[in-house]
Structures are given as C-alpha cells and as structure tokens.
Design a protein around this ligand. Sequence first.
Ligand SMILES: Nc1ncnc2c1ncn2[C@@H]1O[C@H](COP(=O)(O)OP(=O)(O)OP(=O)(O)O)[C@@H](O)[C@H]1O
Length: 296
Amino acid sequence: MIEVESLRKTYGDFPAVVGSTFSVDRGEIFGVVGPNGAGKTTTLKMIAGLVDPTSGTATVAGFDASDPEMRHSLGFLPEESPLYEDMTARSYLDFFADLYDVPDAVATERIEDTLDRLELDHRDRRLGDVSKGMKRKVAIARSLVNDPDVLIYDEPASGLDPLTTNYVLDFVRELRDAGKTVIFSAHNLYHVESVCDRVAIMNRGEIVARGTVPEIRDEHGTTDYRVFTSVPLDDSKQEGDRYVVTVEDMDAVEEVRTRAADNGGEVVDIRTREPSLEDIFLDLATNADADPRGGS
Ligand SMILES: Nc1ncnc2c1ncn2[C@@H]1O[C@H](COP(=O)(O)OP(=O)(O)OP(=O)(O)O)[C@@H](O)[C@H]1O
C-alpha cells in the first residue's frame, strides 16, 4: 500500500534523510521511531507528497506521492495541527469535506460517525475554547473526512495526557481493524511496541533497524540474564532477601556462580529478560557509527 524506495532529502548540504527503503502492507500499522531530528517528519511528509524528495520514490495506493490523485487515498495528521479557532468542530470538518468534494449528505453522516467514535463532545463549541486532547481528536477526524485508505500520522499522541493517549492509540488500532493502512511516528517506544505491526527505527537520517518487534529483538537485541544469589557480590543489587546481578551471556552467569561460591553462597535463581524496543533503540543510538550526515 505504501512503497518507499531509496528516499533521500537534502536541505542544502545537510542530508535530513539518507536513503530510506521500506513498504507498508494494506491493513498494517507501521511505526517510525527515532530521536529528535532523526528524519521521521521529513520521511512522512515525503510520503504524503508535502516535501519533494531529493531522490528516490514514494508511492501510496499505487500513486506517486507527487500525483495530485493520491490525496484521495490519503489522510495526513501533522505533528502540529493548528485549527481555525473560531470554527466549531462540525463547521471545521464540513469545510474540509467540501475541499475534498465529499457530497454533503455523505459528509454529515461520516463526520457525525467519526466524532461519535472519537467520543468528541462539545461539537458546537469554538475550537479555540476546547482542550488540547479535543483539538487532536478534531485533527484526527479531519484526516478521515475523505475516507482515505492510508493514514499518515505524525506524533498522533504528542502532548496528550495518558488517558487521551490511550484513546488515540486504541482508535489507531480500530482504523487498522477497519482495513486502513496506518504509518505513524512517535518518540514513545512503548506506544509503538504496543500498537505497531512493524517498526522502522531511524537515527540521524537513516533506518537502523526494521521489522516486527520480535524480528528487531532477534537481530539487534541481547537477552539479559538476571542471576539471583544468596550472598551480596560487588556488582549485585538487593531484591528482598536475595541479590541480583544482570549479565548478557552464559559465561558471565557461570562467573557469577563462581563468585557466589567464593563468598560462601550460591546462585538461587536465573531469569531471562527480553530487551524492550527502548533498550534496543538506546543501544542502536548509542553505538551508531559516525553520523552519515557528518554532524550531530
Ligand atoms: N525545511 C528544513 N530546512 C532545513 N533543515 C530541515 C528542514 N526540515 C527539517 N530539517 C532538518 O532535518 C533533520 C530531520 O528533521 P525531521 O523534522 O524530519 O526530524 P524528526 O525525526 O521528525 O524530529 P522530531 O522528533 O524532533 O520531530 C533535522 O536536523 C532538521 O533540523
């Protein structure tokens, strides 16, 4: 549904995105994560046809990102989505439905239905007077007025309280279950891990890992072993009446066993701990090769 091939964007001499390649299947939620300045927004805007790539291609539902026809298949939610503060949610969404040539009767039903699903109250209150969470919901509703197959959401839950964040993430899942294809960017790796079918991790303009979370874990993660001992060791932490040392391989487990015995104790339990996406991300970001863009 989305095909991205060697996509690259250079601002002056500065390569903001250095050759991304990935595809997103129909009915999939694909997450793009990475630290500030990694190139997430630039990538999403190139797919949405809002930024021209320096080289490479992006296609959405078979249309090149630069093809005006593509906009019928696409709903884009920008990271910052200033709304017309004097309009109400209803009039604002009617206005956008008009821009997309949605027939009035269809628009009214679609807008009411979307606002119901988003549990948006105060539909006739000035947008300038509603909460940040409500504004975000209205912006999400705007992305759906043309009933697109593909949704590109830049930081959909940015700046929202935990309750509204969960609401928005659940809504993204509902969209996927209704057959939409969703690509979204986020800083919060837990959100991405809990919602996305597949993920691309970006760092300094390039994709450094890509796949399902278990695939990324297999390729880039290391399993930790938490070794519990009956006696304290130099590097152990107390947990209840036991002590724990975290190590990365079986040789190190044996070494802890020897040290415990030398101190008159023993190993009483060993547990494995799978790395979270956040652990892997921090590892990749910390151990990244020199910045391909030549700076920080
Ligand atoms: N119009 C522009 N002109 C010059 N540089 C730009 C422009 N847009 C983005 N950049 C630079 O390109 C890099 C990538 O920016 P981008 O906004 O894509 O990152 P991001 O991963 O979305 O970051 P954030 O998480 O902070 O939103 C940054 O260093 C940014 O300063």
